[in-house]
Design a protein around this ligand. Structure first.
Ligand SMILES: Cc1cc2nc3c(=O)[nH]c(=O)nc-3n(C[C@H](O)[C@H](O)[C@H](O)COP(=O)(O)OP(=O)(O)OC[C@H]3O[C@@H](n4cnc5c(N)ncnc54)[C@H](O)[C@@H]3O)c2cc1C
Length: 390
């Protein structure tokens, strides 16, 4: 198993030397920085949880997830894309067939090939079970997939798409499967790129599947396990996003501190003002709380409380990040609106991270259901006459 402190050091170096100096140019070019993700691969950042026998770092989820806090200091969308790739790589190594792993695992852990996770469709975002993409088994054991996916990150850039499909017309999710579809599979194509304002280097588009046929060895999760596997992947993704948001908050806070300690006013500097110290103090408290929460959620992954803790982290931390960026922008006064301080970019990223991999509201749904379950297990309590069942 790799040493997490060494991996975090490399992630910090990648952020300082590759992401921070180049992210504005990446956004202007509007292209995924493949050379940068190749470098991340060479540093061991693309196979974090995959076993060493497949070229991965073999880190436990709870440790590997901390990498996104470092990458998130540079850019939240870049951190998100690498986290998605890492989760897919973990799924391939853990659940893929021997044949598929032989063909793909080492290239994925090394970052030579990139992976995407495709669940969302135009009519099914939060309502994931309302999926229309269908896979049918053929007489020779191959599978043919037809349908359309939406909001596909790394669209056209990823080399393989772990696609969640339904395998019958029965309503519900019991027949869902996860199938790996290589980019060059005949019948696979992408729509025009979505235009996004602040993470333009991340290609996002619809993906069309027109009778795409793949061998049986490309089944990552067989029918019946697709949704469960997707939900596990999403729980890991939710905590990873919370980790990336902590990095984003730290960048906003440090920018505000650096500026406020130099901005002269009233015979001193901006940071001498108690009101400013209180504003930034609240950001610092929320950052510490967010960090504790995502790390506790990362520890819980894979256990009974994993989904609930992931929901708490995804509910709280991106909101805290968005509010932190707003406060830090305000502290810079008019300068907070200048592109060079990056606050607008951070704000757009925090908003994006509130949506992707289950919105804040969906986290509240998960938490609400857990509270209902907890209420059912509580001893009876008397309510005033006429307030409960007679
Ligand atoms: C940058 C980016 C990258 C993405 N990459 C991928 C990807 O690679 N693969 C992939 O599969 N998906 C991806 N997504 C899709 C993402 O996961 C969805 O956008 C998200 O799940 C929300 O779905 P939706 O956009 O359809 O919103 P909707 O489901 O239409 O939701 C609309 C609003 O209704 C709210 N809402 C929904 N249900 C409830 C409820 N029960 N109670 C209260 N409010 C509710 C939502 O919170 C939201 O505010 C990406 C999204 C973004 C923004």
């Amino acid at each position: 198993m790799a040493d997490i402190e060494e991996i975090l050091k490399r992630a910090r170096q990648h952020t300082d030397e590759v992401i921070r100096p180049n992210v504005d140019a990446w956004n202007e070019a509007g292209e995924w920085p493949r050379a940068a993700s190749d470098q991340a691969g060479a540093l061991g950042l693309t196979g974090l949880y995959a076993p060493e026998e497949w070229g991965g770092q073999g880190l436990p989820l709870a440790e590997g997830i901390r990498v996104y806090e470092e990458l998130g200091k540079g850019d939240g969308a870049y951190a998100f894309a690498l986290s998605m790739h890492n989760i897919c790589t973990y799924a391939v190594c853990g659940f893929g067939t021997e044949g598929f792993r032989e063909k793909w695992a080492r290239d994925l852990t090394a970052g030579r090939r990139l992976a995407n996770f495709s669940l969302t469709e135009p009519q099914s975002g939060s309502d994931a079970a309302n999926m229309l993409t269908r896979a049918r088994i053929n007489g020779d054991g191959t599978w043919t997939i037809s349908g359309k996916k939406a909001w596909v990150s790394l669209a056209g850039e990823a080399d393989v798409y772990l696609t969640v499909v339904k395998t019958s017309d029965q309503p519900g999710h019991r027949d869902m499967a996860m199938i790996a579809i290589p980019k060059d599979a005949p019948g696979l194509s992408f729509g025009p790129r979505y235009e996004t304002p602040s993470y333009n280097f991340l290609p996002l588009a619809e993906m069309f599947l027109d009778k795409v046929t793949v061998p049986e060895e490309n089944i990552i999760l067989p029918p019946g396990q697709g949704l469960q596997g997707a939900l596990m992947a999403i729980d890991i993704a939710r905590v990873s996003i919370a980790s990336g948001c902590c990095g984003l908050m730290e960048t906003a806070l440090d920018t505000a501190l650096a500026y406020a300690s130099r901005r002269r006013m009233f015979g001193g500097v901006n940071l001498d003002l108690e009101g400013i110290q209180w504003m930034l103090g609240d950001v610092a408290t929320n950052l510490e709380a967010s960090r504790l929460l995502y790390r506790a959620a990362a520890d819980a992954l894979g256990g009974e409380n994993g989904p609930l803790m992931a929901a708490h982290a995804k509910r709280f931390v991106p909101d805290a990040a968005l509010s932190a960026v707003e406060t830090c922008t305000q502290v810079l006064g008019g300068s907070g609106l200048l592109k060079q301080y990056g606050m607008d970019r951070l704000s757009r990223l925090a908003q994006m991270l509130r949506i992707v991999d289950g919105t804040t509201e969906i986290s509240r749904v998960v938490i609400g259901r857990a509270l209902q379950k907890r209420a059912r297990a509580l001893p009876d309590i008397a309510v005033p006459r006429g307030y409960g069942e007679e």
